[in-house]
Write a protein that binds this ligand. Structure first.
Ligand code: S3P
Length: 182
C-alpha cells in the first residue's frame, strides 16, 4: 500500500457532466501546467478495444463502470497529470474514493443551456441516444450535483471561452497549493 500523495504532487482530476468541457479545458490546463493529459474515456476505449457506445451496447453500463473504475485506478498510479474523467465516474463510490485520495478533484459546472448546446454536436454518448438531451441532463443534474459538490474545487465554466475557465482554475489551484506566505 502506498500512502496518499501530498496535494502538490497529486493528479488534477476533472469531474462534471457531459458537455461541460472537461476534455477541452483539461487539455489546455495540462499545457499551461506542462503536465501530461489523460482522458479516461479514451483510455477505457483503448483498454476495451471498443468505443464507449459499443461497450454500453455489447457489455452494458455496469461493465463500463467496472472498466472505468479499473482504468481510473491505473491512471491515478501514474505520475502527476491532468485527468478528464467521464461524467459518471465520480458517481461510483469506489472510483470517487480513489479520486479523492489520489487527486485534487475539480468540478466543472455550467448552465443547462450551455451543456445542451455542447452535447448536441456529438452522437457518441450512450446515455443520450434516443432521448431528449435537456431532459437527461436535467435528471443528471438533480442526481449528480450533490455528489459533484464533494470535489475539492468548483469552477463555473458557463459560456466563457475555455481559456477563462483555465485561468480561473489555475488561480484556484494556486490558492490551494501555495497558501499565501505570512
Ligand atoms: C457518461 C459520460 C461520458 C462517458 C459515458 C457515460 C456519464 O463521458 O463516460 O458516455 O455517465 O455521464 P463525458 O462526460 O466525457 O461525455
Amino acid at each position: 500500500m502506498t500512502s496518499d500523495p501530498p496535494p502538490n504532487e497529486r493528479t488534477i482530476a476533472l469531474v462534471g457532466l457531459m458537455g461541460v468541457g472537461k476534455s477541452t479545458i483539461g487539455r489546455r490546463l495540462a499545457q499551461a501546467l506542462d503536465m501530461p493529459f489523460r482522458d479516461a474515456d479514451q483510455e477505457i476505449e483503448t483498454a476495451a478495444g471498443r468505443t464507449i457506445p459499443e461497450i454500453f451496447a455489447e457489455l452494458g453500463e455496469a461493465e463500463f463502470r467496472a472498466g472505468e473504475r479499473r482504468v481510473i485506478g491505473r491512471l491515478l498510479q501514474e505520475p502527476r497529470h491532468v485527468l478528464a474523467s467521464g461524467g459518471g465516474a465520480f458517481m461510483d463510490p469506489q472510483t470517487r474514493l480513489l479520486m479523492k485520495q489520489k487527486a485534487i478533484t475539480v468540478w466543472l459546472k455550467a448552465d443547462l443551456d450551455v451543456m445542451v448546446r455542447r452535447v448536441g454536436r456529438k452522437n457518441t454518448r450512450p446515455l443520450l441516444i434516443g432521448r431528449d438531451p435537456r431532459e437527461v441532463l436535467q435528471e443528471l443534474m438533480d442526481k449528480r450535483y450533490p455528489i459533484y459538490a464533494e470535489a475539492d474545487i468548483t469552477i463555473v465554466t458557463d459560456d466563457r471561452p475555455a481559456n477563462a475557465a483555465v485561468d480561473a482554475l489555475l488561480a484556484a489551484l494556486k490558492l490551494r497549493l501555495e497558501p499565501a506566505a505570512g
